[in-house]
Design a protein around this ligand. Structure first.
Ligand SMILES: [Zn+2]
Length: 82
């Protein structure tokens, strides 16, 4: 289940792909985090230790959707952003 508060925080993050293409790098928080290309594994505390869907994973998933339809997703992001 996706935590709405966590999704809101995810929308403020930036997603890029590592130069060796091994993972996504999610920045904009306290420090960058690495999410594997399958979007499932993240090296942050929430994902690695608590086993929850973290904001970094959500940011990667959001970016994947945004690439498909940027106009729609930007409009939705504007609705839910603080
Ligand atoms: Zn994470």
């Amino acid at each position: 289940m996706i935590d709405p508060a966590r999704l809101r925080r995810a929308l403020a993050l930036a997603v890029s792909v590592k130069t060796d293409r091994s993972a996504f790098v999610v920045s904009g928080g306290q420090r960058p985090h690495r999410v594997l290309l399958d979007g499932i594994q993240c090296d942050c505390w929430d994902a690695a230790l608590r086993g929850v869907t973290c904001k970094h994973q959500l940011a990667v998933r959001w970016e994947a959707l945004r690439i498909q339809d940027p106009e729609l997703l930007d409009a939705v992001a504007a609705l839910v952003s603080p």
